[in-house]
Design a binder for this molecule. Structure first.
Ligand SMILES: *Cc1c(COP(=O)(O)O)cnc(C)c1O
Length: 324
């Protein structure tokens, strides 16, 4: 499947920015953090991708993707599978052009994410214990109905859409950035970042971070082979057991490093983020903070941007996670 797909270019990302600007209030803030800067002896800024209408970066992709649908696709509606944030992104995008969206989610999906999708007019089907099973069911359902299945990752327009965050930082907000750290699950966000970095001829390093409890993309990137891996992370936005070949291909020789952190470090990072900057993140949104903390010796003296990719945690989860 990935052979047919063409990776997006910088021009595609620029085009996406012109379009999604009409719907989303952009750019999202880039906030300097004195606390984290002091802690790591670096100049640290946070790209607050949690400050969008769906509280996660993915909505950039959903809005752009939806804007490019044909009348026929629009008519037949969209189907996708998600642990929550991609589903919100597609539901938001579909609503913005008056299309229907059906989102397949694992049975233990985050209640706030389900509620948000339904509020946007999306139809939720809770099927499958883990994301990978929901994904298979969604694909079957789309074929049965003749609806447009939206691949969560293997979709160049989603990558072009989410890449707009990189354009905001590297072109406008802080062109003198040395290092960007961001969470990686399926790899759309990171693919967007390397596309923009290389398209601009920018010298910033880009490091991805993932949970050691769901290391599928990390292991595929390191080994160059696509294999299923255990998928047990509490960072649900990153929790996939199957790597996505299209993203791995884009990232293979362009990502500068890929860091694994433990779920326990991720929860510590959510607390650190709160204590140092009073920014609230869901675990997936704090993974790059955990990676920075682990690799702090390599940050010294650099201008670092850390992407906070989302904040969709329920209150019950926060009470549980933020308590020491
Ligand atoms: C989806 C998601 C990620 C991972 O993004 P990919 O593009 O799949 O690598 C990270 N953080 C949050 C909050 C997410 O929802």
């Amino acid at each position: 499947m990935s052979a047919k797909l063409i990776p997006p270019t910088l021009e595609d990302v620029r085009r996406a920015r012109e379009i999604i600007r009409r719907t989303l209030s952009l750019p999202t803030p880039l906030v300097h953090s004195p606390g984290l800067s002091e802690r790591w002896d670096a100049h640290v800024s946070l790209k607050l991708e949690c400050m969008t209408p769906t509280s996660a970066f993915k909505v950039r992709g959903g809005v752009y993707f939806a804007s490019q649908l044909s009348a026929d696709e629009l008519e037949r509606g969209l189907v996708t599978s998600s642990t929550g944030n991609h589903g919100q992104s597609i539901a938001f995008g579909a609503a913005s052009i008056g299309a229907e969206a059906t989102i397949f989610m694992p049975t233990d999906a985050n209640a706030d994410k389900i509620a948000a999708i339904e509020r946007l007019g999306g139809k939720v089907e809770l099927i499958g214990e883990r994301f990978d099973e929901s994904r298979r069911k969604a694909e079957e359902y789309a074929v049965e109905r003749g609806a447009r299945y939206v691949e969560p990752v293997e979709e160049p327009k989603l990558i072009a859409g989410v890449g707009t965050a990189a354009l905001e930082v590297l072109e406008d907000q802080q062109p003198q950035t040395d290092l960007v750290l961001l969470p990686l699950g399926g790899g759309t966000g990171s693919s967007g970042w390397v596309t923009v970095r290389d398209g601009l001829g920018h010298s910033a390093e880009i490091w991805a971070a993932q949970s050691a409890q769901s290391p599928a993309a990390h292991d595929a990137w390191r080994s160059g082979t696509i294999e299923d891996r255990p998928n047990r992370s509490i960072a649900e936005g990153l929790a996939t057991g199957t790597p996505f070949p299209f993203a791995i291909e884009i990232l293979q020789h362009r990502l500068n490093d890929f860091i694994l952190v433990d779920d326990s470090q991720i929860l510590e990072a959510t607390r650190l983020l709160w204590d140092m900057q009073h920014v609230m993140a869901e675990p997936s949104g704090a993974v790059a903070v955990a990676a920075a903390e682990q690799e702090r010796d390599r940050l010294i003296g650099k201008r670092v941007v850390i992407v906070i990719s989302g904040a969709n945690a329920t209150r019950e989860q926060l009470v549980d996670w933020l308590a020491d």
